[in-house]
Design a protein around this ligand. Structure first.
Ligand SMILES: Cc1ncc(COP(=O)(O)O)c(C=O)c1O
Length: 256
C-alpha cells in the first residue's frame, strides 16, 4: 500500500480494514507501517499486520525496525512455521481487543454448554475450528532446545547467507538482483538472453533445476517480470549447500 494521500483510490464503498505486510511473499519487502497506521486511525479502519514471514526477525536487535508502528495495529500474525523453525503448521495471532474476536466467533453448541466455564479461555470461541491439535507442544520443544539466543543466531546466519548469495549474483554479469535483500529471500534474474526471451529463460532455468532434483528454486513475478527466487529458512541449510545451488544455476544458465 502506498501511504501517500494522492495514491488513495476513490472508494465507492467504505474500506473497513487494511492488511500491511512485513515480509511479502514474493520478495520479503516491508510496507511502511507507521504511515499506513496513521491513515487507518484517521479513516477508522482495522489495521492487520501480516508478519507471517517477516515478523519473527524482530527478535534480532538489529531488526527492531521491522516492528515500527506495530503498537498501532489491531491484529498481528506471525508464522513460526515460516521463520522460527517450527514444523508446519503453527501461526500466532495477536489481537488488541480479544473480546471483539470472541463476539465474532463464539457459537456454543448444546453438547458443549458445560465446557465453556467463564474464566477459562476456550479457543473454539476465537476462531472457526472446534477441535484442534496441541500445536504449542512442538513450538515449545523447538524453542526450549534452541533458546532465544540460538534462534537469533540462526536467523542471523540466514541473513548472512542471503547476502552472500546476493554478492555472488552481483559478481556474475549474466544475472542481476531483482529486489533488495532485507531478510532470507533473494530474488534475481538471468538477463543474458534476447529481450523477449528473458522471462521464458528464467522459468526454463527454474524448471530444469527442479526437475533434475539437484536443488529447489521458486519463481515469481516482480513488476511484471519473471524472476528466480531462493528462500532460506531451513535450519540445516549451510553455506556449502547454497554455493552448490548457485553453481547449478550458473551451469544451467550456461547451457540455455
Ligand atoms: C506474507 C504471507 N502471509 C501469509 C501467508 C499464509 O501463510 P499460512 O497459510 O502458512 O499461514 C504467506 C504464505 O506464504 C505469506 O507469505
Amino acid at each position: 500500500m502506498a501511504p501517500d494521500d494522492r495514491a488513495r483510490p476513490a472508494r465507492s464503498f467504505p474500506a473497513v480494514a487494511v492488511v500491511a505486510t512485513v515480509g511479502t511473499t514474493s520478495s520479503a519487502s516491508v510496507d511502511p507501517i507507521p504511515e499506513i497506521a496513521k491513515i487507518c486511525r484517521e479513516e477508522k479502519m482495522w489495521l492487520h499486520i501480516d508478519g507471517a514471514y517477516g515478523g519473527a526477525f524482530t527478535m534480532m536487535p538489529e531488526y527492531k525496525w521491522v516492528s515500527r508502528g506495530w503498537e498501532m495495529a489491531d491484529s498481528i500474525v506471525v508464522n513460526p512455521h515460516k521463520t522460527l523453525f517450527v514444523p508446519l503448521d503453527f501461526s500466532v495471532l495477536y489481537v488488541r481487543d480479544l473480546e471483539r474476536l470472541r463476539r465474532v466467533f463464539t457459537l456454543v453448541p448444546e453438547v458443549l454448554r458445560g465446557d465453556t466455564i467463564e474464566g477459562e479461555k476456550n479457543y473454539m470461541d476465537y476462531g472457526i475450528q472446534l477441535g484442534r491439535r496441541f500445536r504449542a507442544l512442538k513450538a515449545w520443544v523447538i524453542w526450549r532446545s534452541l533458546g532465544r539466543e540460538g534462534i537469533v543466531e540462526r536467523l542471523r546466519e540466514q541473513i548472512r547467507l542471503a547476502n552472500l548469495l546476493a554478492s555472488w549474483i552481483k559478481k556474475d554479469n549474466r544475472f542481476e538482483l531483482a529486489a533488495p535483500v532485507s531478510m532470507g529471500v533473494v530474488c534475481f534474474r538471468f538477463v543474458r538472453a534476447d529481450k523477449d526471451e528473458i522471462d521464458r529463460s528464467n522459468s526454463e532455468i527454474v524448471e530444469r533445476i527442479n526437475s533434475s532434483g539437484r536443488a529447489y528454486l521458486t519463481q515469481t513475478k516482480l513488476r511484471g517480470r519473471t524472476v528466480m527466487r531462493i528462500g532460506l529458512g531451513n535450519v540445516l541449510t549451510m553455506e556449502e549447500h547454497l554455493r552448490k545451488a548457485w553453481e547449478i544455476i550458473q551451469e544451467t544458465a550456461s547451457k540455455l
